[in-house]
Design a protein around this ligand. Sequence first.
Ligand code: SAM
Length: 266
Amino acid sequence: ASFGFREVGEEDKARLVGDVFSSVAPSYDLMNDLMSVGLHRLWKDRLVAKLQPFAGMHHMDVAGGTGDVAFRVLRDMAADAARDPTSDAGAAPAQDGAGEWRAGGVTVCDINPAMLEEGRRRAASGGHEAGLRWVVGDAEQLPLPARSVDGYTIAFGIRNVTRIDAALAEAFRVLKPGGQFLCLEFSQLVLPGLRELYDAYSFNVIPQIGRVVARDEASYQYLVESIRRFPPQDDFAEQVRCAGFAGVAYENLSGGVCAIHSGFKL
Ligand code: SAM
């Protein structure tokens, strides 16, 4: 079954994306591991390595879902603080009364409360709640002031956003000058010979894993289709440039199954 996103309007798309992620939230992490045969962990590691988190930074992870990227950013912020024990930036992150970070932390923003709830639960069981703030919000209208974050990441989220240009403009707005934008997303294959295998896997195997494990074939069918519709690397790089970012570049991962686009706000 297909949701036929090409025909539906913007409001419908937002609602359907909401339905998809509410439906998949409880099984989301297991499904990620199964569908990507664990590769999503390496892709997210690479994303966060490119960010180079530093002690005391305020980072925002948009479409942050169940916290995978945020947990990695916090881990690397702590590692940086440990390298410089004299710095008080390594103190436990905390917020002041106005909700602003005093000593760095990660704001996880997602439009879907069910995904964030799952993330909160994981954070509690992993013992890393300190330094995390979970905020329900739309990538197209971020609930943070202008020039308030040092880094912005969005992993496997931007292709679900209704108006990608609006999301990029918001990323630019919330970043401080010098701040880095990083986007990890499924992309176009660049290795010849992989196409048939990839098509067979994504159109046949993934929806079946969705049916058996998550009992939700349609949501995973939607995910596969949304990947196909996302613009190729160079086109998306141009969109990032148009939003005002400088030094825009991308790195292909796993032969272009994914790409990380990056840029800076000057
Ligand atoms: N970043 C996480 C990861 O890599 O594991 C989650 C990725 S998940 C495939 C996509 C997420 O995007 C979902 O949690 C969904 O709720 C969120 N999302 C979809 N549209 C959004 C929007 N307009 N604003 C913010 N989040 C959105």
